[in-house]
Design a protein around this ligand. Sequence first.
Ligand code: ING
Length: 300
Amino acid sequence: SRKFIVAGAQLGPIAKDESRASAVARMCDLMRAAHARGASLVVFPELALTTFFPRWFMEDEAEIDAWFETEMPNGTVAPLFDLARELGIGFHLGYAELTPEGRHFNTAIIVSPEGEIVGKYRKIHLPGHRENEDWRPFQHLEKRYFEKGDLGFPVFDAFGGKLGMCICNDRRWPETWRVLGLGGAELVVLGYNTPFHYPPAPEHDHLQYFHNELSVQAGCYQNGLWAVAVAKAGMEEGSELIGGSVIVAPTGEILARAATTGDEVITAEVDLDRCAEIRANVFNFAQHREPQDYAAITAP
Ligand code: ING
């Protein structure tokens, strides 16, 4: 068996004027708590260093770029990397990436217990819109501030297994999970910032927690893999973000769920060998999958 304990480190709101140092200090506290509970890997949310800035319309490039990291690691996140090395715990971190070439991505990394970046992913499914839409109580301008990710859905050798990542809206798309499953992923780690209110369809607001679990549970079961999905939660600058961080088994069972919308650690023991219960049987791709009939899926 390849057993270890994973932790989801849910974050409560990060205020617009809250420093990155403050967010990092909160994450260090959560990393210590996760370590105290035996975790070898702790998963932080999407865009975990700042408030969810795509809720506002901005035009000034400097104002926009101030939300991005131009290096990773950097002085601000150094305490997190140092603590990881000290405790011998790996972590997943979501952040806004500004490359030296001036490209903007919604990015996540996996860092080893030695403090090395062993995997990187750039968000592919960017929800929302590009221009200000004043009918909305808040904006969702990811298509304005980020480019579509250009790294595909890679799978990395880490923690004795095969790890993949996705980010927030990616989790709603079955293609995300299937491509990671086909890549051999045994554990998918992801963060999300999901507003409770969905302006285009407010009649679905009460379903946000259900749709979060439905998406992750289906992804896990239909590809025989584990997932840790972690929220930035709570009332953040007037926008209520759902909590509901979960750890899900390859069977689709939820093994741990956050009980608050604040800073909270959830943990579960994963056994990567359990993926075989699904992948060798009901979802044995080699035996049962019929890709010759699926052409429509890759059609634009
Ligand atoms: N947030 C939301 C998400 O996909 C959203 C956007 C909310 C889309 C509700 C559809 C319904 O969870 C991000 N950051 O993708």
